[in-house]
Design a protein around this ligand. Structure first.
Ligand code: NAD
Length: 244
């Protein structure tokens, strides 16, 4: 299905995990895909990969300008770059709060702000933000990360209202624990990574980790005109975790 033919999509954090699956899925749908990533080397699915730090406004503006210069348009922005943070409020100091919020929340604002002049010219403009089930699940020892993803939900709804009149839809996906290098890095720290992976899978309502491709399909739906009457929502891809 070439639903994204002639459209240009920007995917932040598109060199690994969920972002790489999103880049692949959008490309399969016919989009020209530009990846913005701290480490763009792994962005195999991208037509164009730019080194960019979503926590740095000058870096973001330069990267979006480079994408626009390359393709002459931007239609879809997937704000997916994000980092984790473990601990309770007792564990993370102000610097850590500022660092994580700057990437997970302000990063979305920076990339969207830089891309808006292009999105306004698109007949098929969509922004999709990657949230997390952590926004609503009340996970232990994830205070800062959960707060950052809660802010992603709020920001998504606010942006949806702000840009409705400009024809720009803004939605988010909220993945459950997904099988990506991020989780791989966490498992490596366990005494028995194989047993830990099995235990983690068993803790998911559907008995397994979420596949990055499942999240990518949800993003593709929200990025496509098929969801043309949908804006401001969070689409959970979590095996039912939000119902527990
Ligand atoms: P990942 O670590 O595999 O990939 C993240 C990518 O983002 C990497 O390529 C990294 O280089 C890039 N990145 C990180 N900081 C950046 C920055 N400042 N500027 C530009 N690029 C940056 O992680 P993932 O599991 O694919 O996670 C992707 C998104 O999905 C994140 O927003 C994460 O919060 C969210 N998420 C992940 C899970 C999960 O279980 N894996 C669950 C829910 C939500």
């Amino acid at each position: 299905m070439n639903e994204f033919e002639n459209l240009v999509a920007v995917v932040t954090g598109g060199a690994s995990g969920i972002g790489a699956a999103i880049a692949r899925r959008l490309r399969e749908g016919g989009a020209s895909v530009a990846v913005l990533d701290l480490q763009p080397e792994g962005a195999d699915a991208a037509h164009f990969a730019v080194r960019a730090n979503v926590a740095d406004d000058a870096s973001v503006r330069a990267a979006i300008a480079a994408v626009a210069a390359e393709f002459g348009r931007i239609d879809i922005v997937v704000n997916n770059a994000g980092i984790g943070a473990q601990g309770t409020v007792a564990d993370n100091d102000d610097d850590e709060w500022a660092r994580v919020l700057s990437i997970n929340v302000v990063g979305i604002a920076r990339v969207s702000r830089a891309a808006l002049p292009w999105l306004r010219q698109s007949p098929s403009a969509a922004i999709v933000n990657t949230g997390s089930i952590a926004a609503t699940a009340g996970l232990p020892a994830r205070a800062l990360y959960s707060a950052s993803k809660g802010a992603v939900l709020a920001l998504t709804r606010a942006m949806a209202a702000d840009h409705l009149g400009e024809g720009i839809r803004v939605n988010s996906v909220s993945p459950g624990t997904a099988d990506t290098p991020w989780i791989g890095r966490l498992l490596e720290k366990a005494d028995d990574p194989v047993a830990e992976r099995a235990a983690l899978s068993a803790r998911q309502p559907h008995g397994r980790l979420v596949a990055a491709d499942e999240v990518a399909d949800a993003v593709a739906y929200l990025a496509s005109p098929r969801s043309g009457s949908t804006t401001g929502v969070s689409l959970e891809v979590d095996g039912g975790m939000q119902n527990l």
